[in-house]
Design a protein around this ligand. Structure first.
Ligand code: 13P
Length: 252
């Protein structure tokens, strides 16, 4: 039997968090040091302004950090942007790319997400590539087609199962309290693994495929127990170390 990949529970703080919030990073590191994280790898993606301070706190801890987006170039005249190299320099090991809030709010298409994922690879970061359908696309029966073309367009050929993570985040489940039916999640994750096996031949089984969208301590056991779900990308509930760790501890 093929060995399952190590689960990953990642917190995406989005545009939340001032220096006061660094206490949550300390609490997560302390909880992991005290109880262990179970079998899951833990990643916190705070806003870029907090990365260096968070890195100082998490130094020596197995808790890893990630950025929430990156530019595809290593440096240059791109006012306001942050490169994958800069994130790495600040202490990140991961970067989220292609989150639906960036796809819709900043018109990021698959080609742009592909370039960002390649930039992450160049900088030695693991890219967490987000895919997911809108409510209208699901209702039209197009969820698999939409996610299939996002995968085809967004994953660089240079990737390996270790250098990339896929997060399936149905747009309509983000921040809404809604989640897809367990069978729909299982179908989508199985579909993603099959497609990944074509993009990264023979590596599909090792790829980590996270579910994201309204993951809470109350539904985490059910969601993380679904076939082909290798962890979670958590938004709102990751802002509280207690809630975030309650989700991560499902993997005890
Ligand atoms: P919520 O967990 O707040 O629904 O957000 C999910 C998400 O967008 C994580 O990237």
């Amino acid at each position: 039997m093929t060995q399952r990949p190590r689960p990953l529970v990642a917190g995406n703080w989005k545009m939340n968090g001032l220096r006061d919030s660094l206490g949550e990073v300390s609490s997560i590191c302390a909880a992991v040091a005290r109880d262990g994280a179970g079998t899951a790898e833990i990643v916190i993606c705070p806003p870029a302004t907090l990365l260096m301070a968070a890195a100082a706190i998490s130094e020596g801890s197995p808790v890893a950090l990630g950025g929430q987006d990156c530019h595809n170039e290593p440096s240059g005249p791109y006012t306001g942007d942050i490169s994958a190299e800069m994130l790495r320099d600040a202490g990140a090991a991961y970067v989220i790319v292609g989150h639906s809030e960036r796809r819709s709010g900043y018109n990021e298409g698959n080609a742009s997400v592909h370039e960002k994922a390649a930039a992450a690879f160049r900088a030695g970061l693991t890219a967490i590539v987000c895919v997911g359908e809108t409510k209208a696309e699901r209702e039209a029966g197009d969820a698999l087609t939409v996610v299939g073309s996002q995968l085809a367009g967004s994953i660089p050929k240079i990737s390996s199962a270790e250098s990339i993570v896929i997060a399936y985040e149905p747009v309509w489940a983000i921040g809404s309290g809604l989640t897809p039916a367990p069978q729909d999640i299982a179908d989508m994750h199985g579909f993603i693994r099959g497609r990944a096996n074509q993009h990264l031949p023979g590596q599909g089984a090792q790829l980590r495929i996270l579910y994201g969208g309204s993951v809470k301590p109350t539904n985490a056991a059910q969601l993380l127990g679904i076939k082909d779900v290798d962890g979670a990308l958590v938004g709102g509930a990751s802002l509280s170390s207690a809630e975030f760790m309650a989700i991560a501890r499902i993997y005890r």
